[in-house]
Design a protein around this ligand. Structure first.
Ligand SMILES: [Zn+2]
Length: 114
């Protein structure tokens, strides 16, 4: 049974693929922030733990606060050519891989389901 027409199918494909990239990127950032916090043992209060979730992303090299389009999943990395805008250093590929994995997981579930 066909649920979607072809156009609807590709719209949903893009939607779920990009949702996967967003969640993958979010998970990646959360993972690396928590890794830093637990390594340095700096989070002693609830406020410090909340900061892991609530603070804006900063450049790994010069700590300048990033603009939203710099960490725009997939596109941000591609448009910046893998280099940071502020100090022209190489963006760690780990963030991009998390976004890509999230996208692949969501796309595979969508394609296998519909
Ligand atoms: Zn920088």
């Amino acid at each position: 049974m066909q649920i979607f027409n072809e156009v609807q199918y590709y719209i949903w494909l893009f939607f779920w693929g990009y949702t996967g990239a967003l969640l993958g990127g979010f998970y990646g950032v959360l993972y690396f922030r928590l890794e830093n916090v637990t390594k340095r043992k700096i989070a002693n209060s609830l406020r410090e733990w909340m900061a892991v979730l609530m603070t804006s992303s900063e450049c790994d090299y010069c700590n300048i606060q990033l603009k939203w389009y710099h960490y725009w999943p997939i596109f941000g990395y591609v448009f910046l050519g893998g280099k940071t805008k502020c100090c022209n250093e190489t963006i760690p590929v780990k963030y991009f891989l998390f976004e890509l994995c999230g996208m692949c997981i969501f796309l595979s579930v969508f394609v296998l389901t519909y």
